[in-house]
Design a protein around this ligand. Structure first.
Ligand code: CA2
Length: 146
C-alpha cells in the first residue's frame, strides 16, 4: 500500500508564533511545531507537507491542488476560520478528509471566534491544546486513512 500523504496548512500570522503574544499562543515557533509534526509523521508512517500562507487565495489554491496528491488535510486556518467561505468551499469541493485545528480554545475566546466556516466541512475540530492540537490533529487525520 502506498504511503499516505497528509497536507498540513497554516493560515495568516501563524508565521509570528513564538515572537508575539506567547500568553495566548505559547512560545513555540511555527518551525518548532513543524519539527514535532514531522517527528510524529515519521512515527505514524505518513508523509507530510507543512506550509503557511498569509494569503487566502494561496491557501485556496493549495487546497484545490491537494486533490489526487494528498489523502488528508490538517488545517489551522487562523483568522480565516471565521471569515472564509472560499476556503470552506475549496475543502468541500476536493472532498479530502479534513481535521480543523487551533492552538487556542476558540470557544472560550471572543464571540466572533466561536463560529467556524470550516467546521461544517471538517471531520472534526481540535482546539485549545497548543502544539498538542497539531499532534492530535495529525493522529486524527492518519486514523481516517486506515
Ligand atoms: O488558536 C488558533 O490556532 C487560531 O487559529 C489562531 C488565529 C486566530 O485568529 C484564531 O481565532 C485561532 C490567530 C493566529 C495568529 O497567530 C499569532 C501568533 C503570534 C502573534 C500574533 C498572532
Amino acid at each position: 500500500m502506498a504511503t499516505k500523504r497528509i497536507l498540513v496548512l497554516n493560515g495568516p500570522n501563524l508565521n509570528l508564533l513564538g515572537k508575539r503574544q506567547p500568553e495566548i499562543y505559547g512560545r513555540a515557533s511555527l518551525s518548532d511545531i513543524e519539527k514535532q509534526v514531522r517527528a510524529l509523521a515519521k512515527e505514524l508512517g505518513v508523509e507530510i507537507d507543512f506550509r503557511q500562507s498569509n494569503s487566502e487565495g494561496e491557501l485556496v489554491t493549495w487546497i484545490q491542488d491537494a486533490a489526487g496528491k494528498f489523502d488528508a488535510l490538517v488545517i489551522n486556518p487562523a483568522a480565516y476560520t471565521h471569515t472564509s467561505l472560499a476556503m470552506r468551499d475549496a475543502i468541500s469541493a476536493v472532498g479530502i478528509p479534513t481535521v480543523e485545528i487551533h492552538l487556542s480554545n476558540i470557544h472560550k475566546r471572543e464571540s466572533f471566534r466561536h463560529h467556524s466556516y470550516i467546521a461544517e466541512v471538517a471531520v472534526g475540530q481540535i482546539a485549545g491544546f497548543g502544539v498538542q492540537s497539531y499532534l492530535m490533529g495529525l493522529r486524527a487525520a492518519a486514523a481516517q486513512l486506515v
